[in-house]
Structure formats: structure tokens, C-alpha cells
Design a protein around this ligand. Structure first.
Ligand code: SAH
Ligand code: SF4
Length: 339
């Protein structure tokens, strides 16, 4: 049975037409689910009883469960149990400009990046659309506040779960759904070139972030297996294409690993690689994990690295560290639970 939280409004319209109802019923259902946040179908007074019964026969309303929470002042982290007893996690961050949620897109991840906790646990399966939508709904319920932005940067490679992630974006962006502005939705990818090309053609105005993490193939090969399939030059040309086509600025993520990719020479090489592109670079302090061979760069190296990029004309931000105390780095809570 299809879960209602994974159904786009357009599909629901088709469903109502199919059962000889008016298509605007879909809009009413969306209002109940996402605005009034009431999934008790017997309360849906503007929908006829026989139709309500039919909906209950055709759709499931169940959601995953929050089974564990870790909190500090600015960050909450939630572990969700799925129906098949798999675990995923989502992180809420309270910023001065609003509340953002970092959602997972898969159970585990097959990309196997050397420094990443999520990649230690191989992909078990893709998340269903409703499992992504539920992360946001359950968190909004839990904190009793509206979320203002969503980043798809939790466990998993979102472009390896392309269709469900696209449906998820559609539902949360829907004017009758969760109403998240399309520019408040960020998707982060390790660099699956053909999928970046596919995403480009969709021409949706989300923010694309690409995990580059290295200025050359030698370093990137060591950190990210995906680089052996799509090299830096292929990736950069896909990003250039994407920028040109969508007219959107792309974020380049660069996790700062001590002694590995954080020298001034690395910064210069990176600046050369990215020169002239409509991007900005987000330097990410590494959140130390069980991968003991990786340490975070010290604050001074990060600052210097950023200075070199700026001197060479790039826009740079240094990511504020959120939740390092509560193992908020992607995959940490789940890997503790699974181990
Ligand atoms: N799979 C996608 C999205 C999830 S990972 C991707 O790789 O882009 C989100 C970001 O967190 C990536 O840039 C990833 O490299 C980074 N990351 C993973 N582990 C980290 C850690 N321990 N500390 C800091 N950043 C980390
Ligand atoms: Fe997967 Fe992203 Fe972690 Fe790499 S960094 S293993 S792509 S979740």
C-alpha cells in the first residue's frame, strides 16, 4: 500500500479523478496533512465519508518512529527507526536566521568515502519518499516550530536515490505541502556526474552543493572512491554546465583534514581549479569520528586556507561547527546504534 506522505499532489489529483471525485480534493488532503497536520482521517470534514473510507483503504499513514534524541543548545539529533528496523538520522540546527533540518536519503551509503561514518555502513536500501518527508514532519511536531530550510546532507548519496529525492523535494516545496521555498532546499552530492546532468535538465532552483574535498585527483582518489569513476575534471565540467544551464551558483564543500588537504599549496591549487566559476566554497571543519587516521585541521590552518582562496577571488565561508559534542557528524548516531 502506498504511503500518503510519499504522494505528490499531482498524483493525488489523478487518484481522485480516477475514483470520480473532483481533483481539488487533493488540495484539501494536502491541507489536512501538511498545514493542519491532522492525519486523523475521520476529522476530514470537507471530504465525504465514503471517500474517506476509500482513502483509508488505498493509503497507509504510518510514519517511522523517533527512538533516540541527543541535544545541545543549537543542535538536536534524532534517530529514526524504520518499519524494517533500519535506522536513519536527522539533525536540526537552530540558526539566528531560522531552523534547518539535515535529512538522510538512504540507509547507509555505498560511496565509501574514507573519512565518513555513513560510508562505513554499506547501503541497505534507498529511503522511500515518505520516509524523507516524515523526518521533517516528525521534527516539526517534536520542536513545535516550523522548519525554514532543508539540507539533504544526512546519511546517503541523494543522487543515488534520484526519483524519491525529486518527489521529496516536490512535496516539501509544494505551496499546499510543507511550503519550503525551493531556494531553501540544498542537495549535497559526492559528485555523480551523470546524475548532476540529469538534475540540471530538471532545472529546479534548489541549491546544489558538491563535495569536492580535494584540489587534485591524487588526493581525491584517496578520500573518495567516486573519483575513480568520475575524475575532478569531469566533475568540474559537469558543474560548469550546471551553472550555465540553471543560472544558479553552486556550493563547493571542502572538508578540512589535517595534513591531508589543508596546506596553503592545496589552497592555491584549489583556487586555480575553481577560478572564474560562479561558486562559493564552504570550508567544513572535520568532525572527528572513529576513522582515527583523520584529524580536523586547526582553526588557524582553516583561516589561512580561506584567506588564500579569497585573495584569489573566490567567495569563501567557514562552516560553523554544529553539534560536534553530540556526534552530529553524518552517520555517527546510527553507527553507534548499529554497532
Ligand atoms: N553523500 C552526500 C551528502 C551527505 S554527506 C555527500 O557526500 O555530499 C554531507 C557532507 O558531510 C559531505 O560534504 C561529506 O563529505 C561531509 N562529511 C562526512 N563526514 C563528515 C565528518 N565527519 N565531518 C565533517 N563533514 C563530513
Ligand atoms: Fe556517502 Fe556522502 Fe559519506 Fe561519502 S560523504 S560516504 S557520499 S554520505
Amino acid at each position: 500500500m502506498k504511503n500518503i506522505y510519499g504522494v505528490k499532489r499531482g498524483m493525488l489529483e489523478a487518484y481522485f479523478l480516477d475514483i470520480n471525485e473532483k481533483k481539488f480534493k487533493a488540495l484539501q488532503v494536502f491541507e489536512w496533512l501538511y498545514q493542519k497536520k491532522n492525519n486523523n482521517v475521520s476529522d476530514w470534514s470537507n471530504i465525504k465519508k465514503e471517500v474517506r473510507l476509500r482513502i483509508l483503504e488505498d493509503y497507509s499513514f504510518e510514519m517511522p518512529k523517533i527512538v533516540k534524541k541527543e541535544k545541545d543548545e543549537l543542535t538536536h539529533k534524532y534517530l529514526f527507526e524504520l518499519f524494517d528496523k533500519n535506522y536513519i538520522e536527522a539533525v536540526v540546527m537552530f540558526h539566528d536566521y531560522g531552523i534547518s533540518v539535515c535529512v538522510s536519503s538512504q540507509v547507509g551509503c555505498n560511496m565509501g568515502c574514507a573519512f565518513c561514518e555513513s560510508g562505513r555502513l554499506k547501503k541497505v536500501r534507498n529511503l522511500e519518499t515518505f520516509e524523507m518527508v516524515s523526518q521533517i514532519l516528525l521534527i516539526e511536531e517534536e520542536i513545535n516550530k516550523r522548519v525554514s530550510s532543508v539540507v539533504i546532507m544526512g546519511i546517503g548519496e541523494p543522487l543515488d536515490n534520484f526519483d524519491h529525492v525529486m518527489d521529496f523535494i516536490n512535496i516539501i516545496n509544494d505551496a499546499k505541502g510543507l511550503q519550503l521555498g525551493i531556494r531553501h532546499i540544498t542537495l549535497s552530492t559526492s559528485g555523480l556526474v551523470p546524475k548532476i546532468q540529469e538534475l540540471k535538465k530538471r532545472d529546479i532552483q534548489i541549491n546544489l552543493a558538491v563535495s569536492l574535498h580535494a584540489p587534485n585527483d591524487e588526493i581525491r582518489n584517496r578520500l573518495m572512491k567516486v573519483n575513480k569513476v568520475y575524475s575532478i575534471s569531469q566533475l568540474i565540467s559537469a558543474i560548469k554546465d550546471y551553472i550555465e544551464y540553471t543560472n544558479r551558483r553552486v556550493t563547493i564543500e571542502y572538508v578540512m583534514l589535517k595534513g591531508i588537504n589543508d596546506s596553503e599549496e592545496n589552497a592555491l591549487e584549489l583556487a586555480n581549479l575553481l577560478k572564474g566559476m560562479n561558486i562559493y566554497v564552504n570550508l567544513i571543519p572535520y568532525n572527528e569520528t572513529n576513522h582515527l587516521e583523520f584529524k580536523k585541521s586547526d582553526a588557524e590552518s582553516i583561516r589561512k586556507f580561506g584567506e588564500v582562496l579569497k585573495k584569489n577571488g573566490l567567495n569563501v565561508t567557514i562552516r560553523k561547527e554544529f553539534g560536534s559534542k553530540i556526534s552530529a557528524a553524518c552517520g555517527q548516531l546510527r553507527s553507534k546504534e548499529v554497532e
